[in-house]
Write a protein that binds this ligand. Sequence first.
Ligand code: SF4
Ligand code: MSK
Length: 647
Amino acid sequence: MKSPEERSFDKVAQKVLKKAEQDKVETVWDRREAMRSCSFGEAGTCCRICTMGPCRINPKDPEGGKGICGATAEVIAMRNLARMVAAGTAAHSDHGRDIAKALRLISLGQLPGYGILDQWKLTELALELEIELNNKPTEKIAEEVSSWALSEFGNQEGELTFLKRAPKPRQEIWHKLGIAPRGIDREVVETLHRTTMGVDQDFESIWLQALRTSLADGWGGSMIATELSDVILRTPQPLRSQVNLGVLEEKLVNILIHGHEPLLSDAIARVAREEEIVKYAREKGASGVNVAGICCTGNEVLMRQGVPIAGNHLHQELAIITGAVEAMVVDVQCVMMSLAEVAKCYHTLIITTSPKAKIPGATHIEFDEHRVMEVAREIVKKAIDNFPNRDTKKVNIPEGKMDLVAGFSHETIKYMLGGFYRASYRPLNDAIIWGRIKGVVGIVGCNNCRIPQDKSIVSMTEELIANDILVVHTGCSAIASAKAGLLIPEAAEKAGKGLREICEAVGIPPVLHMGSCVDNSRILVAGCEMVREGGIGKDISELPIAGVAAEWMSEKAEAIGHYFVASGVNVFLGIPHPISGSPKASKLVYEEAEKMLGAKFYYEEDSAILTSKIIDLINNKREFLQITKKPERVLYDMAMRRELPTE
Ligand code: SF4
Ligand code: MSK
């Protein structure tokens, strides 16, 4: 069995892992270490899509090997990969659909407790969609925007509206390759169809469809989720909060919100502050109610309300093991089934809320958009009622919480750098041209118990900022760096001279938290703005930027990685795609993709080597753009001044 130090880089997690051992509670790490994973599954060459099989192909077979139907290793591996992308796209996009439906209900006055908190963003969106504004009430505009958003899911022809946000050369690449997505649902369905038994049996053709599907996520479902969440709940702005298991409070009723969808969690955070609720908690012996987040529901509510974060993906079981959590309220995605088992050892209630996601052993209180606030109150009261059941002998909240600054939407970055009246990406582009910032890297995605929690994310982030590379984060990566103290302005001390000076002048950390997994779409928009501002490339693929998924595990991360690459962003993986059993499929995604898309995937087990490859890539891009040398500073004498042209 690995030691707590080998399992997690986070010292707070290590303490709770020791408690887990004392309490004899099984964790995700125990199961990982006991698991004898199937090497065919890992290599991507196991096929079970028809009952003539399952078939497995030995990657070492000198003949190449074939399934019973004749399918080759590359077709089997690519079908599996494409299905992962489709599932990830479906997850993000179904989230986007629910937000679009919520906006529709708000516009019809059928979502009590919610309104349009960001009218400016709604107006901007309506203008972009060429919706007539003249004197229309906000509700009418919201109705039209939501109708447009919902129609993007079912489109059969044409292409998704937000693709037009991309630079023209990028759109041309998509058209040339035939991968501009038509409708969000359409691409997911087509991928599932093409990868069923006996349909698309050309691995390159399957990959192109996987790319098209991923674009339907990044420029479709995820982008809709982000934009409309901003409209309803407001566009995030920088705010301070705290992170790690130390945010749990001994004297308060602790409620954790976990999953991805923000609406109910936003309501729970608001309800917990209501006077009547605090009074109710006091009656039960607590001093009040403390709401904290896990994973991306947490990120959503942190970004807009400053709710603290208890941890990232691999913290979900650990949070319960503190013995101090009255309720963990989960919605969808990244919620481990083991939570209900872990909770049995303590008093914690696992409360499922989505009609799409139930867990045996959990209490189900269903989210109903017509009575969100009522449901939120019911949940909070249930957690308060559970406070007297807390066994104080089992409680051990580890010391350890860290300050953080979050809330960097792409709009906020623009304002912070350019000021309200001349908000633009010009200062960022100039800083890149002058070499004070060498480039921008988005480190996104999950934790994965195959490697020590947070270690790759944090070490790569530190190395990159030390090399004057601005790091932007989403999802569980943001939480990892936050726990390591990299999301505070003082972390600028760890940055290189150029990046440090900019952070100090603007008052931002060298590592910016841009939100949840669906908010990776903000990184795409920021890339478009950088191209539009000019001077550092005509397409996203020319920018000195990169994407990283150092500890990824989810199918959603596959979708994100693919839409980054399809959008021209090179993606560096710390966990490989499960396609190693097919040299041809591997060659396509790790090498040949570059010729097609101007970007490709990289995989490297050693995060230090991965980081040096990123730095090399950024330097090569800078060389290509001819921005490697600092412009010489000329001191003008009087004669030279007289030579200067006048207006
Ligand atoms: Fe085997 Fe072909 Fe069926 Fe897959 S589709 S399980 S490779 S027979
Ligand atoms: S929650 S997808 S573990 S980032 Fe978005 Fe974290 Fe990955 Fe889930």
